[in-house]
Write a protein that binds this ligand. Structure first.
Ligand code: ADP
Ligand code: MG
Length: 557
């Protein structure tokens, strides 16, 4: 048992529950768990307010499991959740935590599935009932006594339940429960309607409020990209090339957009699917399960369809369309970085939406850094890295299994092993562009075409035909990259100034630096490709002739 597990041990939960928690891999209780578990274990009513992804499920599931009597085969705890997905998620969590408690069963009760088996499972002695309010009311109409033994009630995501119009159903359910029961309410927000419910149906509740807005976000690296609305799909495709993701969720505003983007992604060979409110419930579950187990890597969703979605594999969230408000931004990006894991969130911003970006930064208290589209070089590097990663495990025993065949084939064809390997590579990469020139040609978008007039690399440097920048492509030596600064002759720069600055500040040998071309309004310098990003970072603050050098990789286009 690790030191941290002591955190859970301190609650004095039933040892079988503690064992299951340890088996789940939780090390330390989250803040909401730390505060709620003792209160709920003590049988008190409680109102818990915390952001999504803070571990609310275990905050009520663990103490409730502790309080029930496995020997009694009747419903003892009722958990209400707004949607079928969330009810299933909560039911699964209960099953996980109850794994080592023989005799405890959990039943999920929701619409869209036959009522008979659900009712039968309740009557067969499930102690935990997790339900959506609507379907539970249907059951109550058939058998009003079905909940009469319940002595713990949890309202999970109470604000969502009200938003979905379950107020009347909740009242019906409250009436069907013994008035002596314990009631616990969890909600991300506490609008007046929720407080009114608490007033009427909770007895002297304890309040637990966890301020986690910024905490939720800190595990998530955020960035934004400026882009025109009609270039979003190609921007997304470019970003996917270089982002190292496991599973990814993309948010768009309309059902149609989920379908369009998902099929654009599928056409590029990604394992992607749409998730929207029109898609049948069971199909939605299948999509989420597929994302969980890796049959899908990308889900393109609307906010409604993705509500409560919890898939630990998600490493990235792309906000392809701007969320309607900052809260929903926080909610969306909370799909990654679950429970302290690291995640990355990218936001596409069209020129008209820049104000919204500022609002988001203010509300989250964090700067959302700007990123650029990857240039062709970055795409090439990423493709080659992927190829390397996919091929390198194949090499290990290939010579012993296929070496003789290779000898035979090269002899029969009359070619070198290099020629044959190259042919196989061409076949394996199936027409994918794997040279800079080919990648440039296939890309509908050039990088840094972000819709803004104040691109830093352009300051004081209007495109100047007289410089013949575009008409004089000098071939680059191998292993060299061409870099550009907006400083030129008119800034009083000569080649030797540039050379001196780069040698001194960059710590390079003279031979490492190739041609230096100084033009009127800019200069080009050839630098070693190897370690270029590091070198450029090192030179970030270098000044030449009193001005910032701002050297960047340069791409002819
Ligand atoms: P919420 O209901 O607050 O949105 P969940 O209960 O769905 O959050 O939990 C979010 C994720 O965090 C889940 O994947 C859950 O398994 C995980 N989790 C919960 N508690 C812990 C913990 N103490 N340590 C590590 N992971 C946890
Ligand atoms: Mg939850």
């Amino acid at each position: 048992m690790t030191q941290e597990t002591g955190g859970f041990a301190a609650f004095n939960l039933n040892p079988n529950i503690l064992a299951a928690v340890i088996a789940t891999g939780y090390e330390e209780p989250s803040a909401i768990q730390q505060q709620s578990i003792p209160i709920i274990m003590a049988g008190k009513d409680m109102i818990g307010q915390a952001q999504t992804g803070t571990g609310k499920t275990a905050a009520f599931a663990l103490p409730i499991l502790h309080c029930i009597d496995p020997a009694k085969r009747e419903p003892q705890a009722l958990i209400l959740a707004p949607t079928r997905e969330l009810a299933l998620q909560v039911a699964t969590a209960f099953e996980t935590y109850a794994k080592q408690m023989p005799g405890v069963t959990v039943v999920a009760v929701y619409g869209g599935a036959p009522m008979g088996p659900q009712l039968k499972a309740i009557r067969n002695g499930a102690q935990i009932v997790v339900a959506t309010p609507g379907r539970l009311c249907d059951h109550l109409r058939r058998d009003e006594k079905v909940l009469s033994t319940v002595n713990h009630l949890v309202l999970d995501e109470a604000d969502e339940m009200l938003k979905l119009g379950f107020m009347d159903d909740l009242e019906v359910i409250f009436k069907a429960l013994p008035p002596t029961r314990q009631t616990v309410l969890f909600s991300a927000t506490l609008p007046q309607s929720i407080r009114a419910i608490a007033e009427r149906h909770l007895r002297d509740p304890e309040h637990v409020k966890i301020q986690t807005k910024t905490q939720t976000v800190t595990a998530i690296e955020q960035a934004h990209l400026l882009v025109h609305a009609d270039q979003k799909t190609s921007a997304v495709l470019s970003l996917l090339e270089v982002e190292d993701f496991d599973a990814l969720i993309m948010f768009v505003r309309t059902k149609q957009a989920t379908l369009d983007l998902a099929s654009a992604l599928e056409a590029k060979g990604y394992k992607a699917a749409a998730l929207n409110g029109d898609i049948a419930q069971n199909q939605r579950e299948r999509v989420i399960d597929s994302l969980k187990d890796g049959r899908l890597d990308i889900v393109v969703a609307t906010d409604v369809a993705a509500r409560g979605l919890d898939v630990p594999r998600i490493t990235h969230v792309f906000n392809v369309d701007m969320p309607y408000d900052p809260e929903s931004y926080v909610h969306r990006i909370g799909r990654t970085g679950r429970a302290g894991r690291e995640g990355r969130a990218l936001l596409l911003v069209t020129p008209r939406e820049r104000r919204m970006l500022q609002v988001i930064e203010r509300v989250t208290g964090q700067k959302v850094a700007e990123v650029r589209l990857p240039d062709a070089q970055a795409v090439l590097d990423a493709r080659i890295k992927k190829l390397t990663n996919s091929l390198s495990p194949l090499v290990a025993d290939a010579e012993s299994t296929h070496g003789d065949l290779l000898d035979r084939l090269t002899a029969d064809i009359g070619c070198t092993p290099r020629a044959l390997a190259a042919a196989l590579l061409r076949k394996a990469t199936n027409g994918q562009a794997l040279t800079l020139a080919a990648i440039e040609k296939e890309r509908p978008l050039v990088p840094n075409n972000a819709p803004r007039g104040d691109r830093p690399e352009r300051t004081g440097d209007r495109p100047d035909r007289g410089d013949r920048e575009r008409r004089a492509p000098v071939p680059l030596a191998e292993g060299r990259a061409r870099c550009r600064t907006a400083l030129g002759a008119r800034d009083g720069i000569a080649a030797k100034n540039l050379l001196g600055a780069i040698l001194n500040e960059g710590g390079l040998a003279r031979e490492a630096i190739g041609r230096i071309q100084v033009r009127d309004s800019f200069s080009l310098v050839e630098l070693p490709e190897d370690g270029l990003e590091k070198l450029l970072a090192k030179l970030k603050d270098t000044r030449v002739a009193g001005k910032q050098l701002k050297l960047r990789r340069y791409r002819e286009d």
